[in-house]
Design a protein around this ligand. Structure first.
Ligand code: UDX
Length: 452
């Protein structure tokens, strides 16, 4: 089938490449000429495992092209909207300007019978507003949220666990145009559907809500365990044992219960804020007031990490040399948006510490955004002369650092594990002061309960 993918960021570039790899003819469109020329040359404009290989495997087929000229999307039967909806500056709401710009340039190109498929994360009500504009051209809008995770985006796109369609409905039943659109989109996703991906057919409102509800749930799960980490810190408990123990309950599950510096990235933080803002506009702000707390718990972890660093440095980090391992918001990506590790590094710099960061993939982006950041190519270089080492992102190569090798270059053997990713015993046995968020240290000074 002939498809267009409008917006070639983390979502669109992967979607375009995956759709071409399963046999569709795809034109990817983006307003950024640098990104388009990189993609057109068969390279990934960001680090995403498997994407470069996928781009080069389809390059020879002629099925995947990229352009900045949206008129070349004309002639495709299915148009995917994959543009970003970041947080609006100075507000909690999402910025829909890219979505509006993309749809206005797409509308004149639509032919009767085409479908427009919204994949961007949007406030509920957006699809309803776009649907009229699309149907005025004889085309149909379907809302089809995307659940891919950076770091496994190719796998998630090729093998989704569920496919959700929000269709136009009348009195709760899909319209004739909606049923036709479903049949067309089923052809696009035929491989995943025959592989057994679950399918949920619903209305526009539900489809838009599904995405933000899923991300809110994940954010809540992370902040729940981080709230337990606060309790553990106050009482001498160990949040990793606690997470293991409650995670064995299948109703709870261990995934997304890793305590540490909390969530970041281009999705979870802005999605919970935009959802809260939208609930307010809909007059149901109380329903989501807990998400404000989820956000606050998440932010407090970053502050706690700086406090802990100050504590192990004897009360002040002014003039101290600090190595921060990791600048990306999680491993296996080069994305530094709202990165907890980078935020901690910046806070410590502002407080007067000499901070050196390192990261296997994120340094170029970090330097571009923060030209004053001191960067090192690897852990040993970052750790040279350090009074304290902070693990901010749990890259596999950081999990396996040799404590003895790092001990050769640091000034003081102090490891602060912001992701509960290291083996405390191994580090302590190697003579390091090991501290982590939500876990006890050698001599807990927690007062027992007064039973008198
Ligand atoms: C998320 C959703 O998972 C995905 O379905 C959606 O499409 C986009 O948003 P992503 O932003 O790629 O994906 O990252 P994710 O793997 O969800 O991690 C988000 C953040 O939570 C990271 O900063 C990660 O380090 C943190 N996290 C995750 C924890 O702090 N603890 C955990 O147990 C799990």
């Amino acid at each position: 089938m002939r498809l267009s993918v409008i917006g070639c960021g983390y979502l669109g570039a992967v979607h375009a490449a995956c759709m071409a790899s399963i046999g569709h003819e795809v034109i990817g469109v983006d307003i950024d000429p640098a990104r388009i020329s990189t993609l057109a040359a068969g390279h990934a404009p960001f680090y995403e495992p498997g994407l470069t290989e996928l781009l080069s495997s389809v390059a020879g087929s002629g099925r995947l092209r990229f352009t900045t000229d949206i008129t070349r999307a004309g002639g495709a039967a299915v148009h995917f909207l994959c543009v970003g909806t970041p947080q609006q500056e100075g507000e909690l709401r999402a910025d829909l300007s890219h979505l509006h710009a993309a749809t206005s340039s797409l509308l004149p190109l639509l032919q009767p019978g085409d479908i427009v498929v919204g994949k961007s994360t949007v406030p509920v009500g957006t699809a309803e507003a776009l649907a009229g504009l699309v149907s005025a051209r004889g085309a149909t809008l379907v809302w089809n949220p995307e659940f891919l995770r950076e770091g496994c985006a190719v796998e998630d796109t090729l093998h989704p666990d569920r496919i959700v369609y929000g269709l136009p409905t009348e009195q709760g039943v899909p319209t004739e145009a909606g049923i036709k659109a479903q049949a067309l989109l089923d052809q696009v996703y035929a491989v995943s559907l025959s592989d057994g991906a679950a399918q949920v057919i619903t209305d526009y409102a539900t489809a838009q809500l599904v995405k933000v509800a899923a991300n809110s749930f994940l954010a809540t799960k992370i902040s729940f365990i981080n709230a337990m980490a606060e309790l553990c810190e106050a009482s001498g408990g160990d949040v990793t044992d606690l997470a293991d123990a409650i995670g064995y309950d299948e109703r709870i599950g261990r995934r997304f219960l890793s305590a540490g510096l909390g969530f970041g990235g281009g999705c979870l933080p802005k999605d919970i804020r935009a959802f809260t803002a939208r609930a307010g506009e809909l007059g149901v702000s109380d329903a989501l007031s807990f998400l404000t707390e989820v956000d606050k718990i998440n932010q407090r972890r970053r502050a706690r990490m700086v406090d802990l660093t100050r504590e192990v440095c004897g009360g002040s980090i002014v003039g101290k040399t600090i190595a921060v391992l990791g600048v990306t918001f999680k491993p296996d990506t080069d994305d530094i948006r709202d990165s907890p590790a980078l935020s901690v590094a910046r806070q410590m710099m502002q407080e007067g510490a000499h901070v050196t960061v390192t990261d296997p993939r994120g340094l170029d982006k970090a330097r571009r955004v923060h030209p004053d950041l001191r960067c090192a190519d690897d852990v040993l270089e970052a750790g040279r002369g350090a009074d304290v080492v902070v693990l901010g992102t749990e890259w596999e190569q950081y999990r396996t650092i040799e404590p003895d090798a790092l001990a050769q270059v640091v000034r003081h053997r102090r490891m602060l594990d912001g992701r509960n990713a290291l083996d405390a015993g191994v580090w302590r046995n190697a003579g390091w002061t090991y501290r982590a968020l939500g876990r006890p240290h050698w001599n807990p000074t927690i007062a027992g309960l007064d039973l008198s």
